[in-house]
Structure formats: C-alpha cells, structure tokens
Design a protein. Structure first.
Length: 421
C-alpha cells in the first residue's frame, strides 16, 4: 500500500502538477473570500440575475471561441509555427466580433439585463482572444504561465470585482465582476502578446488552413455546447419556471462546488494530458492504456477522500460561509458533489477518444447525454425547483460516466476503474 501511494505521488510530481497549482489554489481562495461577501451584500434575486448573465456569457464564448481552444489543444503540441500563431489569434478576434455583434441586440430585447450590456459585451470581446492565447501557452508547454493567467482571470475578477463594489458603494452592483475581468484580460493580452512579439513580426505561411481548423473545430464546438447544456442550462430553466432568487440559491451552491471540488480533477488532467499524448504518439496504445490507468488511480486516490471530508463538513461549512438567505441550498450539496465526481471520472475516459482522433464520438456522447439532461430537468425543475435541477445534474453525469467508461473499455480495452493495470 505504501509503495502504491509513493508511486502515485511520484507520478503526480512527474506530471508537473506543481505548475498547475495556482489554478487550483487561487480559485479556491477567491471562492472562499468572495462568496461569503457577495451573499451578504446581495440578495438571491440579484445574485440570480448575475448568474443568468454569466450563463449567457459562457454560451457566447463557447460558441465564439470554444471550438478554437479545443482544436488547438487537441491537434497541436510543442512550439507553434509563427503563421499558425497569427492565424489562431485572427480567428479569435473574428469570433469575438461575430458573437458581440449578435449579443448586443439581445441586451435590448431582454430589458431586465440591460444594465449589464456594456460590461458583459466587453468581457465577451476580450475573453475569446485572451483564452486563445492562453491555451497556446499550454500547448507550447509553458504550464506555469498558463496557470498564472488562467487563475488570474478566474480568481482575480472576483477579488478585484469585490474591491470595485466596495469602493463604489455597490452602485455598479455585480457587473463590477465583469469590469474587473476585462481589466485583467487587457493586462493579460498586453503581457502575452509582448512575449510573442518576435513571432508576430517574423511571419511564415501557416501550415494549417483556417478551413481545416474549422473542420476540426465543428465537432468540438458541438461538444462544448453539450458541456454548456450540462453546466448552465438549469440556470435558464429555473428562471423560466421559477424566479431569480431560485437561480441565485442554486448558482451559489453549484459555483462553490465547481470552484473547489471540481478544480482538483481539472488540475490533475491539465498536468497529465501532455504526458499521455507523448506516450501515445511514441509507443502506441498499450503503454498509453497503462498510463491512462495510472491517471484514473491518481484521480480516485485524491478525490474519494476529498469528497468524503467535504460532505461531512458541507452543511456546517456552507452555513458558516454564506448568508442565511442562501441556507436553503444545503439540500442540494449532496447530488451536486456526487455529480461533480462522476463528471471528473467520465472526462478521463472520454479523453481516450480525443487521443485516438475520434472526437466525433465524444461529441455524440456529450450531445446525447446533454439532451437527456435537459429532458430530465424539464421533468423535475417545474415541480422540484433547484432540488430537481441538482438531481437532474447528478443523474445525467451518472449516465455520462457509465457510457464513457463502458465505451472506452469496449473500444480501446481501457481498464475499468476497479481493474488493476
């Protein structure tokens, strides 16, 4: 047992997990600081309105740039050609312009959210090129720089947003978080572009065409849309069938879990994925499957005790951190935590299809299960509010985990979670 633990810890270290610690630590710290303050300053109705705008921004950036981030991550490793680098950046700007052009009229249609229009539109416009450049840092194996800026946006927008809210006497409301995010992205873009200024001057002809990149990106865009259906669709359904306060309570609990528990498998996967890609390209499936089994063991070794401890102290901890107006949300901590664990496990097995250049299968799994999630939510949310939404999430992630594990095992012989290998 001691040898197994030692091997797992050595494997984690070998995967440069330390380079991705800022993404984990800063995001958790920001959540611990910001959620108690925001839930005391703002009612569930106001928080719910912010969550709805955030869901709309997430959908916009997914459609405008998600396909590009995923294409770059999946199909490129090592130093990018200068022409490739410029092509990706130009495509990200084009995606920003298109999405913002479509989103601006929507702010005037949905009058309730018009006060967020300028802050949210600027955030969307900057987010797509910022994320694209940041992802290219990850591809080019600069994990620490990627991690610093990724966590800087995720954590910094909350902390700087709180400072702006406090300094303005809450006049700007929660849109301050989007203003703060835009400020951070402007500095991030200046820094990241400065690092690449030599490449931008010494241009070469791209070795990949925009058409080919789009052909990669289409199935990945659909997959990203499916992920959005999993994570954000309940926000709109709760608004349709209930009210902003319901959205606010659900979003606080869901956001707290996503910024704490879900960050762990994300950090592990960020660190381990480049190693798995290199092994697969150099040695083929047998060694890659063995490496995958090691990744799953690391995930289970870390996540199972973390989730156990989290659930033991969840109710008392939640009531300590958030204002009593949000305490009703304690009832949905259990299903959302279980769902988060199942989501992380399924992602490891879905990655085997990405590795084998069969991303269309990932898209199929995510589209079907994402559609099932919406159907289950339609059945439960009208009658059981955020309780129904949380159990719909848990059930859908369970289906996703079962399907991805079974299909990966049948297709590639990947070990089941309880198998040795």
């Amino acid at each position: 047992m001691k040898r197994k633990i030692k091997n797992i810890l050595v494997a984690v270290q070998q995967r440069n997990l330390l380079s991705y610690i800022p993404t984990t630590i800063f995001t958790v710290v920001a959540a611990v600081i910001s959620i108690p303050i925001l839930t005391r300053w703002f009612t569930p109705e106001i928080y719910g309105k912010y969550a709805l705008v955030l869901a709309g921004i997430s959908l916009s950036t997914t459609l405008g740039g998600g396909w590009l981030y995923q294409s770059i991550l999946r199909y490129y490793t090592g130093e990018l050609e200068t022409g490739e680098w410029r092509l990706f950046f130009k495509l990200s700007l084009l995606g920003s312009l298109v999405i913002v052009s479509f989103s601006i009229p929507l702010w005037y249609i949905f009058v309730e959210f018009r006060d967020y229009s300028i802050a949210a539109s600027l955030f969307i416009f900057l987010c797509i090129p910022f994320r694209t450049i940041n992802v290219m840092d990850r591809v080019e194996e600069h994990p620490f720089r990627y991690s610093i800026w990724d966590s800087g946006l995720n954590a910094g927008k909350l902390l700087l947003g709180i400072l702006i809210i406090w300094q303005t006497n809450r006049r700007l409301g929660m849109q301050s978080i989007f203003w703060a995010g835009s400020v951070i992205m402007i500095f991030g873009l200046i820094n990241l572009l400065t690092v690449k200024v030599t490449q931008l001057r010494n241009l070469k002809k791209p070795i990949v065409s925009a058409k080919k990149l789009l052909s990669y990106g289409l199935p990945l865009a659909l997959a990203q849309l499916s992920v959005w259906l999993f994570s954000m669709s309940d926000t709109f359904l709760l608004k349709v069938f209930h009210d902003n306060a319901t959205v606010g309570i659900f979003s606080v609990v869901n956001g707290l879990i996503n910024r704490t528990i879900h960050i762990i498998p994300v950090a592990i996967m960020l660190a381990a994925w480049p190693t798995l890609v290199k092994i697969f390209r150099k040695s083929g499936w047998p060694l890659a499957v063995r490496e995958h089994a090691s990744q799953v063991k690391i995930y289970l070794f870390i996540m199972l005790p973390v989730i156990f401890v989290f659930l033991v102290f969840a109710k008392s901890g939640y009531q300590l951190f958030v204002h009593e107006k949000y305490w009703a949300g304690t009832i949905i901590i259990l299903p959302l935590t279980i769902g988060t664990f199942l989501l992380g496990l399924s992602q490891y097995y879905l990655n085997t299809f990405n590795l084998a250049e069969q991303s269309h299968k990932v898209t199929l799994v995510l589209l079907v299960t994402g559609g099932l999630k919406v159907i289950i939510s339609f059945c439960l949310v009208p009658h059981y509010s955020y309780i129904g939404a949380s159990w719909a999430t848990c059930i859908a992630y369970g289906i996703l985990a079962f399907w991805s594990i079974y299909w990966s095992h049948r297709t590639f012989g990947v070990n089941l979670p309880w198998q040795k290998g």
